[in-house]
Write a protein that binds this ligand. Structure first.
Ligand code: PMV
Length: 336
């Protein structure tokens, strides 16, 4: 007899881009104007845990995020993810799904929570519906439709999202450049400057940027393609100085495009800028690049270090930016 219910739980990591995705050429499908590449963060530290249940007794699809029910009928992206999965499967026909999703880190604070969330949703539903990929990376295109950066969370290690050229987005998917074991010494320190929800969502920010920033158009066409190649080469060679410098330059250019957007968008704050100056002062005192930084659509700093310098780096950070009493100084490890 046909099963009447099934349940599955998955954990999905978040990822931190070192060449940033910013700008869509197709807003419905989340097709980017440039390729990007990221580090997948160890799931023990930053993750979304998602349980999906399908049952003949459910009347509608429902979703709870961190204990609060979200209106599925109001979320086009969630609906698209459901539709893409169901369109690739003949299982559970006519039945509804309940999704319970929990993040262990601040939601929407520029820590790529949507990346882990949609990666978990696409992966969990894909497994529940026994979706077989017809080409490598197909499942990542489903996560991408939920949130662009989510496609890069379906693989571990160093993961590129190739922008692709097809109008249907089938070739705009994630590809593992190298597994985390390739460069286990590479680690990140996440400095939570603020855990408040960001003022301008990435969707809204990118849209105005595409419409108004000439710098963004220049970056996508003339800067990122060469940087992608240089960044993949630096990772494969484990050339930390080259890797960290490219990451810093790319983060700075991304935030420059935010300033070039009209009206301008400010994701960095005074503490973020103090962290940037601190990293450059630290490297110059060391006489070599031992630390890098990258900032997403928020003020929180992600510092890049190698294991052999992590303790020195953390000590310097805590000297210059003492943790607030009662807060926990968190040291986040990679690899995934
Ligand atoms: O995937 P979204 O829509 O949350 O956009 C992510 C944008 C950045 O985090 C700033 C850059 C990136 O590549 O992850």
């Amino acid at each position: 007899p046909r099963a009447l219910m099934a349940q599955l739980t998955v954990a999905s990591p978040t990822n931190i881009a070192v060449i940033k995705y910013w700008g869509k050429r197709d807003t419905a499908l989340n097709l980017p104007i440039n390729s990007s590449v990221s580090l997948t963060i160890n799931q023990a530290d930053l993750r979304t845990v998602t349980t999906v249940t399908v049952s003949k007794d459910f009347e509608k699809d429902r979703l709870w995020l961190n204990g609060e029910e979200e209106d599925v009928s109001a979320s086009k992206r969630v609906q698209k993810v459901f539709a893409m999965v169901r369109g690739r499967s003949r299982q559970w026909e006519g039945m509804k799904v309940h999704v319970v999703s929990v993040n262990n880190f601040p939601t929407a604070a520029g820590l790529a929570s949507s990346a882990a969330g949609y990666a978990a949703l696409a992966f969990a539903l894909g497994k529940l519906y026994a979706v077989e990929e017809s080409y490598p990376g197909e499942l990542s295109t489903i996560a991408r439709v939920g949130s662009g950066s989510a496609c890069r969370s379906l693989a571990g290690g160093f993961v590129a999202w190739d922008m692709g050229s097809r109008e249907d987005g089938a070739d705009s998917c994630a590809r593992q450049v190298a597994p985390a074991e390739h460069w286990p010494e590479l680690q990140v320190l996440i400095l939570v400057v603020s855990d408040k929800k960001k003022a301008v969502s990435s969707t809204a920010g990118m849209q105005t940027a595409v419409e108004t920033s000439p710098l963004l158009a220049h970056r996508a066409a003339h800067v990122v393609p060469a940087r992608m190649l240089a960044m993949e080469a630096a990772y494969l060679k484990k050339d930390f100085a080259a890797f960290a410098q490219l990451a810093m330059q790319d983060s700075n250019q991304f935030h420059a495009t935010c300033l070039d957007t009209f009206p301008p968008i400010f994701y960095l704050n005074d503490v973020s800028r103090a962290v940037i100056q601190f990293v450059h002062a630290f490297n110059s005192a060391c006489g070599e690049t031992r630390m890098g930084y990258t900032f997403d659509a928020g003020p929180n700093a992600v510092l890049l270090v190698q294991q052999q310098h992590a303790v020195q780096a953390l000590a310097a950070v805590l000297t210059h930016f003492p943790a607030e009493p009662g807060s926990e100084a968190s040291y986040v490890n990679r690899p995934a």
